[in-house]
Design a binder for this molecule. Structure first.
Ligand SMILES: Cc1cc2nc3c(=O)[nH]c(=O)nc-3n(C[C@H](O)[C@H](O)[C@H](O)COP(=O)(O)O)c2cc1C
Length: 189
């Protein structure tokens, strides 16, 4: 089951924008993050949610999508995320957040995948602007944004070829291909 879930849990960047996600669903996903590992069990992460179209519209312009797809400016109106979870580091609790936010993001996305949703971790964020537009207090550091929705694209996993190119790409049918390095290459010794 975990094998299927991890294979299905791709980065989706195009969604059925009109398929709403309830706040309660977002709370359930954050509860998975809450129960996940945290360095020193400090638990310095906080979460901001958005499932409302007007708040989503404030967030979207401050995110950068799919850097390797240079001809694609990001999801068009109608295929944008239906919701977001913004992962914040609370500087009143800790000054560094280790890899807690990566673990939290994976828990959220696995939970979303199990619910038939999909998403994308976004670290390329225009942070000062997003902080300002959402009126996020200064003691919170924006770590990651998780975009969520009902996926409206096909993502195909494949193995990196002999040229070693790891860049994801889209074919003529607009399917998104993600090359992964082979197992024998990544196990050392
Ligand atoms: C830490 C991290 C930051 C990422 N930031 C972005 C981002 O800013 N924009 C984006 O479109 N995708 C982003 N991604 C998604 C990656 O591009 C994606 O994981 C990669 O292409 C592999 O695809 P997969 O998730 O389907 O395996 C990020 C992923 C991770 C783990």
């Amino acid at each position: 089951m975990i094998n299927d879930l991890i294979r299905k849990n791709r980065s989706y960047r195009r969604f059925h924008q009109n398929v709403a996600i309830e706040s309660e669903t977002l709370r359930e996903l954050i509860d998975l993050a809450r129960l996940s590992a945290s360095g020193g069990n400090i638990q310095p992460l906080k979460y901001m949610i958005s499932s409302d179209p007007s708040k989503n519209a404030l967030i979207f312009p401050h995110l950068r999508w799919a850097a390797y797809l240079q001809d694609w400016p990001g999801p068009a109106e109608g295929e944008r995320p239906a919701a977001y979870i913004i992962i914040l580091g609370d500087k009143k609790v800790a000054q560094q957040f280790g890899c807690d936010h990566g673990i939290a993001a994976q828990s959220i996305l696995l939970g979303a995948t199990e619910k038939g949703l999909g998403g994308c971790i976004i670290a390329s964020i225009v942070r000062p602007e997003l902080q300002q537009v959402l009126e996020i207090p200064a003691h919170y550091e924006i770590l990651l944004v998780i975009a969520l929705g009902k996926p409206n694209e096909i993502v195909v996993l494949e193995t990196v070829g002999p040229d070693g190119d790891i860049k994801y790409w889209r074919d003529e049918d607009d399917k998104h291909h993600v090359p992964k390095r082979p197992l024998e290459e990544i196990i050392v010794g």
